[in-house]
Design a protein around this ligand. Structure first.
Ligand code: HEC
Ligand code: HEC
Ligand code: HEC
Ligand code: HEC
Ligand code: HEC
Ligand code: HEC
Ligand code: HEC
Length: 419
């Protein structure tokens, strides 16, 4: 490393270089304000050149995986009779609209005890839960909204008999549901808090949702270059999808879609396309092939158990999902099974001799329904919730990514031969 000891030389160098750096920044772009650092462009600059992708991505579950709660974006019922969760005859949590936002308020014998404001919303497609800020920490509110029942229920893991406003939510949830938040008082290079140390979050550094640069990596240099070279049509200074192998492509999704049971080596926030999960987590000890992975949050490991995945050497999440489109055109909870079935028929055709062998039930259009039979909805073991006044657990249903023959669903064509 070059060490300059002479102050005069240092000053002379500074008078030459500082204005150059300053000028080049003026020419390039607006000042960088992204909390992730100057390597990150302002998100909206991507729209200049990638308008269609940008406008479509804004509507996806990823972009809305977390958001500042406002009076406009909180789903659910707020009218009397539909806005309370009853814990017992004297205890309820009521959802209230006030000038400063929505609140969950705990009442005992109609006397308000404690409350939390809807500050941050987590979740979009199936459910939404809310956090409130208290100093430099976030806490989950006891009641969440579930789209399948269009109603309030206990937040996942919360009691239906004892209201709790003290569930601390650390940086972990943000690593999968947002693009960034920094932790305070860390030593250089030390992102994780030591055991016993409170994990304090830097409120102003929160980047909501999963944005372009969360998936593609920092892109300020890319954006600057193309602003200055509008005639260049080949992407520069950004990881190209052509350069990634199958495992790298899978890992770019699996960083958030392969469960949360592995020991972390580094924060997920620092993952960049092209890197491998093995650099971020210690391998799990039990063999993956025989484990029962949950349908919630672990699409990667379930897909890896499918014959489709094992038999083809090119399958990635993008074989079926367009990461820039909402998976449906309708309401967030809706599905578009027929369109996904077309993806199956990209590999499975009569002509190739690997088409479905089931006896078709009259009136059922096989071609529109591959998904319901081969990727059925299953109940999550990790998430369940309770409705107000109910002692039963309500199932949280998600599609399994272990694509297979689920015999209980249909009669086999060759049933007679089997027995
Ligand atoms: C001034 C124009 C411009 C801006 C601003 C811009 N890009 Fe690009 N980008 C391009 C061009 C040109 C290409 C190459 C053609 C293509 O793939 O569309 C490209 C390609 C890409 C690719 C595809 C790389 C590949 O080969 O697979 C990604 C990803 C990308 N840009 C991300 C971004 C992100 C994220 C932002 C915002 C931070 C951004 N771009 C801002 C011009 C721009
Ligand atoms: C930073 C973490 C993260 C990364 C990286 C990520 N996801 Fe997600 N994904 C999520 C979260 C969180 C949700 C839940 C969003 C919600 O509904 O609130 C989600 C939801 C989804 C959904 C369901 C929503 C819908 O519209 O259908 C699909 C499909 C999906 N992700 C596919 C992918 C694919 C494919 C990739 C890789 C290209 C990927 N994800 C990368 C975190 C991530
Ligand atoms: C390892 C990544 C990861 C972590 C950590 C994580 N989640 Fe998620 N979460 C996901 C993914 C992926 C989905 C959507 C797909 C699914 O359910 O399989 C999801 C779904 C959700 C949903 C339902 C959203 C919807 O509509 O589908 C909520 C609410 C949620 N998470 C809250 C939390 C909270 C609160 C925490 C922290 C206690 C947390 N998550 C931690 C990855 C994660
Ligand atoms: C959930 C992760 C994710 C998010 C968020 C995301 N992308 Fe992508 N993007 C991908 C993946 C994966 C590919 C490669 C798709 C493939 O292999 O077909 C891709 C491909 C691209 C390409 C290459 C052209 C194409 O369509 O294949 C461009 C350009 C691009 N993305 C820009 C953006 C911009 C701009 C944003 C923000 C508005 C964005 N992406 C948000 C994952 C993401
Ligand atoms: C990239 C190509 C590809 C795609 C896309 C694909 N598959 Fe497959 N699938 C395969 C291969 C290869 C096999 C294994 C064939 C073998 O082992 O003989 C397979 C096997 C299967 C099997 C037999 C499973 C078993 O346990 O016997 C079913 C059922 C199946 N696929 C259904 C689907 C459905 C439904 C979809 C869409 C959601 C789909 N596939 C998408 C390539 C694909
Ligand atoms: C062979 C096709 C196929 C592949 C490959 C695939 N998916 Fe899916 N995925 C589907 C279908 C079909 C659905 C159900 C349609 C829907 O929910 O919109 C789905 C739904 C999802 C959901 C929402 C689950 C729910 O019930 O709401 C998530 C999250 C998801 N996929 C993530 C991934 C990830 C991550 C990968 C790669 C590890 C992946 N998928 C690979 C076909 C596929
Ligand atoms: C009504 C439920 C149902 C629907 C819809 C359905 N399948 Fe099947 N599929 C089955 C059953 C059950 C079997 C096992 C039949 C047997 O044992 O012969 C099967 C077998 C298969 C196999 C294995 C064939 C073999 O040679 O072993 C593949 C591949 C397959 N289906 C793909 C598809 C695709 C692609 C679609 C959509 C075009 C589809 N299936 C729609 C129920 C269904």
């Amino acid at each position: 490393m070059l060490i300059i000891k002479n102050r005069k030389i240092l000053f002379a160098l500074a008078t030459v270089f500082v204005p150059i750096i300053f000028l080049s920044q003026c020419i390039n772009t607006a000042p960088r304000t992204d909390p992730r650092g100057t390597a990150y462009a302002e998100e909206h600059t991507c729209r200049q050149c990638h308008q269609a992708i940008y406008d479509s991505a804004l509507l996806t579950a990823h972009f809305n995986a977390s958001a500042a709660a406002t009076l406009q974006n909180v789903p659910g019922h707020f009218n009397t009779g539909h806005n309370s969760f009853i814990y017992d005859s004297i205890t309820r949590v009521q959802i209230e609209k006030r000038e400063s936002g929505y609140y969950q308020v705990l009442y005992k014998n109609d006397i308000a005890q404690e409350s939390g404001r809807f500050d941050i919303g987590f979740g979009f497609r199936h459910a939404q839960t809310w956090l409130y800020w208290n100093n430099d920490q976030t806490y989950e509110l006891p009641v969440s909204y579930y789209r399948a029942v269009n109603n309030w229920g206990t937040s996942p893991g919360f009691s239906a008999t004892i209201p709790n406003f003290n569930r601390l939510i650390g940086v972990d949830c943000f690593e999968c549901h947002s693009s960034y938040i920094s932790t305070k008082k860390k030593a250089a290079g030390d992102y994780f808090s030591k055991a016993g140390e409170p994990e304090l979050l830097e409120k102003s550094s929160l980047v909501y949702g999963i944005d372009c640069q969360r998936c593609h990596g920092p892109a300020a240099q890319h954006a600057d270059y193309h602003v200055q070279h509008p005639d260049i049509k080949v992407a520069k200074y950004i990881v190209s999808k052509q350069s990634l192998n199958q495992q790298q492509k899978l890992d770019a999704c699996a960083v958030c879609h392969s469960g949360n049971d592995k020991r972390k080596l580094r924060s997920r926030f620092f993952f960049r396309p092209g890197e491998l999960l093995a650099d971020y987590f210690l391998p799990s000890l039990s063999p993956d092939s025989s484990r029962a992975f949950d349908v919630h949050g672990n699409q990667f490991n379930l897909l890896k158990q499918s014959k489709c995945f094992l038999g083809s050497n090119s399958m990635t999440c993008a074989s079926c999902h367009n990461p820039h489109n909402r998976s449906t055109n309708g309401a967030p909870g809706a599905e578009n099974i027929a369109a996904y079935s077309q993806k199956c028929m990209g590999c499975h055709t009569e002509a190739a001799g690997n088409f479905c062998t089931v006896d078709v039930v009259p009136g059922l259009l096989l071609q529109d329904n591959c998904i319901d039979c081969h990727m059925p909805k299953q109940s999550s073991n990790a998430i369940s919730f309770q409705l107000s006044g109910s002692t039963d657990l309500s199932a949280y249903l998600l599609r399994t990514h272990r694509i297979a023959i689920y015999n209980n669903l249909t009669r086999r064509k060759n049933e007679s031969k089997d027995h």
